[in-house]
Design a protein around this ligand. Structure first.
Ligand SMILES: CC(C)(COP(=O)(O)OP(=O)(O)OC[C@H]1O[C@@H](n2cnc3c(N)ncnc32)[C@H](O)[C@@H]1OP(=O)(O)O)[C@@H](O)C(=O)NCCC(=O)NCCS
Length: 235
């Protein structure tokens, strides 16, 4: 559920600004390598994700939020703080907010320690035919979770997800998310928050050729199999 990694310049500043910064600080070879990193996923992509679900109708008691931290719903006025994390940039954030996505932030004073997004109706999924996956009624998708590097390992993400999930219970009965198979820290963190695995998704793109598979899919993943085959448009 990490954000699109296609920009290896980091995603908060504009690309020319970031390119100049990389050139100045790391040199031409580093810049060339990062440019290759941006282009490569458009030519060749081979990714595997585990999909998880969290039943919002039977959430256990909410854990207390760590002292000194607050979970706030992000607004357009706050978008500038996205610069503090390696995640989507503020213009992508603005577009998402205008499309109805919900942005959650964990703050310690003015410091952004954690950020994540909740989508309903449709969620951005590279493997979906149009890049957007249609969601079943009564479900939401958690995406682009990221904790500040210095704040990792403190259990902030699992607690924040639990609170975010509780806030969604009025409108949804299930929350889905996906994590790269190789992303051990995230896989541990989502399990701590109570998510359980429902399927493994593989997506391979070689030029114009795209292939997607679901493995170990439980009954709860039938909508996913359909969505990955079908067509979604818009956002
Ligand atoms: C995934 C992520 C949001 C988890 O946030 P978190 O608040 O650090 O979560 P936790 O504190 O529960 O730590 C989860 C696991 O991260 C690992 N971890 C611990 N300290 C860490 C550190 N300093 N740096 C990196 N990973 C660490 C541990 O394996 C830990 O599990 P354990 O406590 O059972 O050993 C965070 O690691 C992150 O931002 N990763 C980069 C972005 C990303 O991969 N996003 C995808 C999210 S699905």
């Amino acid at each position: 559920m990490a954000a699109d990694k296609s920009s290896l310049f980091g995603r908060s500043l504009s690309r020319p600004t970031k390119a100049m910064r990389v050139l100045r600080n790391e040199g031409l070879v580093a810049l060339a390598s990062r440019c290759a990193g941006v282009v490569r996923p458009h030519v060749y992509l081979n990714e595997s994700h585990i999909w998880y679900s969290l039943d919002l109708t039977s959430l256990p008691e909410l854990p207390p939020f760590p002292a000194g931290l607050e979970l706030v719903r992000g607004t357009e006025e706050r978008l500038v703080i996205l610069d503090q994390l390696d995640t989507i940039n503020s213009s992508s954030g603005r577009a998402r907010l205008s499309q109805g996505a919900i942005w959650w932030c964990v703050l310690e004073g003015a410091q952004l320690l954690f950020s994540c997004w909740v989508f309903s109706t449709m969620a951005p999924v590279a493997a979906a035919p149009s890049g957007w996956l249609l969601l079943p009624t009564g479900s939401v998708v958690l995406e682009d979770s990221v904790a500040a590097p210095a704040a990792r390992g403190r259990g902030i993400a699992p607690v924040a997800w639990r609170h975010v999930a509780a806030s969604a219970t009025g409108s949804a009965a299930v929350m889905y998310t996906k994590v790269a198979v190789t992303n051990e820290p995230s896989r541990k963190a989502v399990m701590k928050a109570g998510f359980r695995e429902i399927a493994e998704q593989r997506y391979v793109r070689i030029g114009p050729v795209r292939r997607r598979w679901l493995r170990r899919a439980s009954d709860d993943a039938a909508w996913l199999a359909k969505g990955l085959r079908g067509r979604a448009s818009g956002r």
